[in-house]
Ligand binder design. Structure first.
Ligand SMILES: Cc1cc2nc3c(=O)[nH]c(=O)nc-3n(C[C@H](O)[C@H](O)[C@H](O)COP(=O)(O)OP(=O)(O)OC[C@H]3O[C@@H](n4cnc5c(N)ncnc54)[C@H](O)[C@@H]3O)c2cc1C
Length: 479
């Protein structure tokens, strides 16, 4: 058995692990990067990038199919599934190669291949070949999609998102289970590429928490997609190269349908089980995730740090990179611990129309005290630029705080929501008031004009819409 002694060991060479490795290295310590799977990161290999490549192809098909509405005849639409998937894979490989180039620049002595698990708080066992004693350890093991037991009868026809990006052809039909961001993005893209898709979910679409937007989303996506919210899956059977899915829809009707595959998009689970965290000497929550401080990424008062999807906090790429940087910096500078920069929350679903959340969600404001916050809104249905582009679907809801006039968050469905969300997240992080945001320039005709309208509505509510008084210290009985 080989023995190694290092100052910092980073488990996982994904986006969080690579950021942690670089940040720890700045402190000129001996740092070791341990990777059990393939190099290349989830983001580039099977996550953000290939999913957006598939969506880009779907957008092209959708634009061509809708061109006649502008008086432009694009001819009969034909989708070459083989060419679509070839581009997805080729461009994806290019992104992966950029990551691999970076990994190869790391000296071999600082890289170790194999799966790590704890045998003591500062000792890791790597497969059966190496034992690593590390002064500090960063857990950056990511997360994985899983096929729930209910669907395993479908055998290899029950797949997860990773599998989609290995396809050589588009299948004739897919049942997508799960209406979170990955289920909606992939389900809509496949539908627009000519695949027969049914989307099964519970009551909610994506992470939108505002009930007004949830209702809008159901109408808007339900008009295009075969959306089966509230359906129960009764039975899954395999019949040669097809899966038979028996379900009961929300109205009680029984359906028996055949699909070429079942895509399970039922949520991702942090990769923690194989780490044997019971030997790490750190406290875990009820789901086995280490308890940590989100501004230092330190687990309790240990010399163990956590970053990325493994932390189960905000499973997004930019958060993984931020958390990795903070964890690596603190592992490298240990015992000095610094608070790192955590940004205003922003998340985007690349559906059409897009969905985004910024700052504090409607739900979190409700828990803080519904009467403390006002809501402004604007519809995109008659918004000038949105109508020009024939993308006039959606609703933006902005939230402000009574008394301080601060802009605190927004949820939205709408055209170019990815850009509106950034604008609003920057305002939120800058702690701008609604009045200050209204003094900013707005060009014409742009989708951003809708933000101005929503903010005007919000300011009206803040000025004139009286919040319900929950507890008034000045009030005497009877007033
Ligand atoms: C389909 C899809 C679309 C997405 N789209 C977006 C998007 O548009 N925008 C966005 O912000 N985010 C998106 N995400 C999420 C984003 O990809 C992740 O949040 C991010 O990649 C997580 O990075 P990470 O470093 O935590 O994990 P990873 O990149 O998965 O890295 C973890 C690494 O740890 C290794 N590992 C695990 N266990 C061990 C062990 N015991 N020993 C050694 N090595 C180990 C793994 O092999 C892996 O290489 C998407 C994800 C998916 C799946």
């Amino acid at each position: 058995m080989k023995q190694l002694q290092v100052d910092v060991a980073v488990i996982g060479a994904g986006s969080a692990g690579l950021a942690a490795f670089r940040a720890a290295g700045v402190h000129q310590q001996s740092v070791l990067l341990i990777e059990g799977g393939a190099y290349g990161t989830t983001c580039a290999r099977v996550g953000c990038m290939p999913s957006k490549l598939l969506i880009a192809a779907a957008d092209a098909a959708h634009t061509a199919a809708g061109a006649a509405r502008f008086g432009v005849q694009a001819g009969p639409l034909r989708i070459d599934g083989n060419a679509v998937m070839a581009r997805v894979r080729a461009e994806r490989d290019r992104f992966v190669d950029f990551v691999l180039d970076g990994v190869e620049k790391i000296p071999l002595a600082q890289r170790l291949r194999g799966h790590a698990r704890f045998v003591a708080p500062q000792r890791l066992q790597i497969d059966q070949h190496t034992q690593v004693d590390a002064g500090r350890i960063v857990i950056a093991t990511g997360s994985q999609a899983q096929v729930p037991a209910q669907f395993r009868a479908a055998g290899e026809l029950a797949i997860v998102s990773d599998d989609v990006f290995g396809w050589r052809e588009l299948p004739p039909s897919v049942a997508v289970i799960g209406t979170g961001s990955i289920g909606l993005e992939l389900g809509q893209a496949l539908h627009r590429l000519g695949v027969r898709v049914a989307l099964f979910g519970r009551e909610r679409l994506t992470q939108l928490t505002d009930p007004v937007l949830q209702q809008y989303a159901r109408g808007c996506f339900g008009a295009e997609l075969d959306l089966r919210l509230g359906a129960a899956i009764l039975e899954v059977r395999r019949d040669r190269e097809e899966v038979i899915l028996v379900s009961r829809s929300a109205d009680g009707a029984r359906h028996e349908e055949r699909y070429s595959a079942i895509l399970c998009a039922t949520g991702r689970v942090p990769n923690l089980q194989a780490l044997a965290l019971e030997h790490a000497g750190i406290a875990l929550d009820g789901r086995g995730v280490p308890l940590f401080d989100p501004v230092t990424m330190r687990c309790g008062d240990s010399a163990i740090f956590i970053a990325g999807d493994a932390s189960n906090e905000r499973p997004l790429l930019h958060e993984a990179a931020d958390q990795g940087r903070i964890a690596g910096d603190n592992a490298g500078g240990y015992p000095a611990i610094k608070r790192g920069l955590r940004r205003e929350p922003i998340s985007i679903v690349f559906s059409d129309p897009q969905i985004a959340l910024v700052g504090r969600s409607w739900q979190s404001l409700q828990s803080a005290g519904a009467g403390r916050f006002a809501v402004g809104q604007v519809s995109f249905e008659n918004q000038g630029r949105s109508r020009v582009m024939l993308q006039n679907q959606g609703l933006l809801r902005v939230y402000g705080e009574y008394g301080t006039d601060l802009f605190v968050g927004a949820e939205m469905i709408g055209p170019r929501a990815e850009h509106l969300a950034h604008l609003l997240a920057w305002a939120c992080q800058s702690r701008m008031t609604v009045a200050q945001m209204r003094t900013m320039p707005y060009y014409h005709p742009v989708v951003e004009e809708a933000v101005r309208t929503a903010l005007r509505d919000l300011q009206e509510q803040l000025l004139h819409g009286l919040p319900p008084i929950e507890h008034c210290t000045d009030c005497t009985p009877g007033t």
